[in-house]
Design a protein around this ligand. Structure first.
Ligand code: ADP
Ligand code: MG
Length: 696
């Protein structure tokens, strides 16, 4: 057994458990070992029922005197036991766990942990965590390291129905010794320095003696998370810098000036700065690999069009990839408007001719698209989805590849590194604000340009954190606006109602509910479990105004441009990061009409409300992303989790010291052994993490 062993090979894990584990995305022994506690209960205070303080966490040892199930008037089942720790008998109560009477018998010696409560002068403990003590005839000496759930710092795990922390503790405890024995620490010794070894850290994150040990374990495991991604990005950057360029470009400043002069607006200073940065890259005899970040509407597409034009002047073609078909069509319309007047041929390619035809029909622009099927002569710019790469359209005359808002930055570049001797320039764009320290690590293989300024004429989206008691007023407002001809989005965090997250709104449930609230309106439903095509269809309907109110999870594409939509409602908004909420808000305010963003809390605590209030005042995505970093600290930051590159469970980017230390360590290792030949375990681990997509 090792970390890669599928859980289904373990004894005692059958189909039902496997299904539950899959809901937490746990498939291998490694997934389970890396399923870290999100907090710990401190039950280390072992005391007696007389000495212990009311309402404090405490651990008691004693004997069960009686235990029975009681059926309440409301159909609930209570399990009640009398427990005597030798000092004073107390009552234990559990809800809806009738099987406990089979597991615990009169005379059993238990160790229990929980908080003591006092009610009508009687002392009791509600829903204590318990485990049996080895029967050592009344002796109080217990082998503490054998106990898992009580009497110490006890880990609490992310759970799902039927998979409790108790289960995780027991299963992980069973696996840890074997794993620790055969696990080699991939970190070279000089980097391990004074940190815990990997096997130690894994053991101590699950079974710490105290908080200090836990912190040490966390530090080592955070180091790993940041270290591997640093290693990967530095390595990719090095490999990229050795690549040959398809062909060097000449920049024609006069033509550039003329083009810019003909735009119906003047470029912002930020746009000009970014264009300069890109031109500096283009002049080099080395392929560019640059990421432009800038909010929706900051003018990335215009900048991109200018660069495409420069490439065109050198008689090279551009491939432009969008994450979805619908966005590809949107870009097609923007780019062709800008470039076709200059005689540049712009084409669209989506991989499926059928969807092309159906969409063209729906947009009533058939004449415009009819000449642009794949069999046609190769246009100067081809816009499409990722189908572009799979169709081997990357020929020697492609000078530039543009990738818009893909979540997996760098993946295409990496695969190209393997397959092609010469590569074109790469330009990636994103509307996701990424704080600098984060970008340094996560996108360390890309050069970064930021458009940190919006054109002057942008409208402010009026944003309100709405208290629950004003919900009906909000509904009235939405209905009024829609009847005036506007459209609205309503976003929920979940697709389906979750048992454990009762207060969190789910799209399917809201959709049914809102149909009753707004019987006259046309509602649509969109979520991530729809197929790509179905998603596109719903979005298209929304664009065509066949849907008034779109109930959706956060899958609504970042770049989606429905100018008629003016209202963005977010339910259970406290579940989202501020930067993510800002992005959701960016789906409205695209047209000339005043737009609104209404944020509802699922749980109205003052922390959440204050956090959301920031959105009423701050309109800068980067500032909000930095606030997220401060408030939430870790991989919670929007875009990182979804980046698909690495998962951050523990590491915090606000720990700049650690960020710098890991980067330095990665550089040191690569200096000693550029291809990591000296460190085969490390190399293997990196390959696993990058799924073998690393350049040599
Ligand atoms: P992004 O791709 O960053 O979302 P776009 O390039 O699509 O932004 O620009 C959004 C809108 O703003 C477009 O209608 C575009 O014509 C316009 N625009 C771009 N740059 C400027 C500018 N400097 N001044 C005024 N409007 C601009
Ligand atoms: Mg754009």
């Amino acid at each position: 057994m090792n970390l890669k062993t599928p859980l289904k090979f373990l004894t005692g894990i059958g189909p039902s458990l496997l299904y539950k584990l899959s809901r937490l995305e746990l498939f291998t022994v490694g997934d389970l070992i890396y399923h870290f506690p999100f907090r710990y209960d401190d039950f280390s205070q072992v005391s007696s029922a007389i000495e212990a303080k009311i309402d404090e966490k405490v651990t008691l040892q004693g004997e069960i005197w009686s235990i029975k199930n009681i059926y309440t008037r409301f159909g609930k089942i209570l399990t009640q036991a009398i427990f005597n720790d030798g000092a004073s008998p107390i009552t234990l109560t559990w809800f809806n766990q009738r099987w406990l009477t089979n597991q615990i018998q009169v005379g059993d010696r238990l160790q229990i942990s929980g908080k003591l409560k006092k009610y009508k002068n009687k002392i009791s403990m509600v829903a204590p965590v318990w485990e049996k003590l080895p029967t050592q005839s009344g002796q109080n000496v217990i082998p503490n390291d054998k106990l898992l759930h009580t009497g110490k710092l006890v880990p609490v795990y992310p759970e799902t129905a039927g998979l409790t922390s108790k289960w995780f503790r027991a299963k992980i405890a069973q696996l840890l010794p074997t794993i620790s024995n055969q696990l080699q620490d991939p970190l070279p010794e000089f980097i391990q320095d004074k940190m815990l070894s990997l096997p130690d850290a894994l053991q101590k994150i699950h079974q710490p003696q105290d908080y200090k040990e836990m912190e040490k374990a966390k530090k080592r495991l955070s180091f790993d998370e940041l270290f591997y991604i640093s290693l990967a990005t530095i390595k990719t950057r090095k490999a990229w810098s050795k690549k040959l360029l398809v062909a060097p470009l000449t920049i024609y400043p006069d033509a550039l000036e003329e083009f810019i002069g003909k735009l119906p607006f003047t470029l912002t200073a930020a746009q000009k700065k970014v264009i300069e940065e890109i031109i500096t890259d283009l002049k080099k005899n080395q392929p560019m690999n640059r990421l432009i970040q800038g909010e929706v509407g900051s003018g990335k597409t215009v900048v991109t069009a200018i660069i495409i034009y420069l490439v065109y002047l050198n008689h090279y073609k551009t491939l432009f990839m969008a994450p979805t078909e619908i966005l590809a069509f949107q870009h097609y319309s923007t780019i062709s408007n800008l470039l076709e007047p200059l005689g540049i041929k712009v084409g669209i390619y989506t991989g499926s001719k059928k969807s092309l035809e159906s969409r063209v029909k729906s947009q009533e622009k058939k004449s415009r698209f009819s000449t642009l099927t794949t069999s046609d002569s190769y246009p100067d710019v081809i816009i499409g989805t990722h189908a572009l790469l799979s169709e081997k359209l990357i020929t020697e005359d492609v000078g530039l590849i543009v990738i818009d808002e893909q979540q997996r930055f760098g993946v295409e570049q990496r695969s190209l590194l393997r397959s092609k001797a010469k590569v074109p320039h790469f330009l990636t764009t994103t509307a996701t604000p990424i704080p600098r320290t984060v970008a340094l690590v996560v996108y360390g293989d890309l050069d970064l340009s930021t458009i940190d300024e919006l054109p002057k004429n942008r409208q402010q989206i009026k944003t309100y954190a709405v208290p629950g008691r004003k919900r009906n007023d909000a509904y009235k407002f939405i209905e009024k606006k829609i009847k005036e001809g506007d459209q609205a989005y309503l976003i929920t965090p979940l697709i389906e109602q979750s048992e454990t997250l009762q207060s969190v709104k789910a799209a399917k449930v809201e959709f049914e509910k809102l149909k009753k609230v707004f019987p006259d309106l046309k509602l649509g439903l969109l979520h991530g479990r729809l197929k790509g095509k179905e998603k596109d269809e719903v979005m298209q309907k929304f664009k065509d105004r066949q849907i008034d109110l779109l109930v959706s999870t956060s899958v609504v594409e970042v770049g989606m441009d429905v100018t008629n939509a003016t209202i963005m409602v977010v339910e259970s908004a406290e579940r989202f990061g501020l930067a993510q909420l800002h992005q959701l808000r960016g789906r409205v305010g695209r047209g000339l009409k005043q737009s609104y963003c209404l944020l509802f809390c699922g749980i109205e605590d003052s922390n959440s409300k204050n956090r959301l209030k920031n959105l009423e005042k701050i309109n800068d995505g980067m500032k909000l992303a930095e606030l997220d970093l401060k408030i939430r600290g870790s991989g919670e930051i929007f875009g990182i989790r979804q980046s698909g590159r690495f998962e951050f469970k523990l590491a915090s980017f606000s720990d700049i010291h650690l960020v710098e230390k890991t980067r330095q360590a990665a550089q040191d290792v690569l200096k000693l052994s550029p291809a990591l030949d000296k460190y085969p375990t490390l190399r293997g681990k990196l390959d696993d993490l990058t799924k073998g997509a690393m350049p040599d």
